[in-house]
Design a protein. Structure first.
Length: 133
């Protein structure tokens, strides 16, 4: 399930959704279960539900760095760069060795450099494509 952060539009297999929903039912206070289901929803393009699940994981466990990182990736994909920066920094404050948060910051910088360097829509699109990979 870890690869489900590409944010491309595919259908969520009912069996996967059922497994992840069952995981939450079995362990409703598990932030990890909410993150995994959120990633699955993000993968299918249901970004609002992904965001809701990531934020709920933070309600359950405010210092859960992977929830901040996942939220940062989602914000980065949605071009919400300030929000992405805040979440990646929170993740790194909580877990300084979070490689995914470092990668997110690098993608954010690449996106911003593409916007500044190209000045046009092409730079933003290219930066976003790289950020979402």
């Amino acid at each position: 399930v870890k690869c489900l952060h590409s944010y491309t539009l595919f259908s969520l297999p009912p069996s996967l959704q059922a497994i992840l929903t069952d995981a939450i039912a079995l362990s409703p206070s598990s932030p990890e279960a909410h993150i995994q289901l959120g990633r699955a929803h993000a993968f299918t393009g249901n970004l609002a539900e992904a965001e809701r699940l990531y934020k709920h994981a933070l309600v359950l466990h405010p210092s859960f760095a992977p929830a901040h990182t996942s939220l940062g990736k989602l914000f980065l994909f949605q071009k919400q760069t300030q929000e992405a920066l805040i979440e990646f920094k929170k993740a790194l404050d909580l877990w300084p060795d979070d490689g995914d948060a470092f990668l997110g910051l690098a993608r954010l910088e690449a996106l911003q450099a593409g916007q500044a360097g190209q000045g046009g829509e092409g730079g933003r699109e290219e930066g976003l494509r790289r950020a979402a990979e």
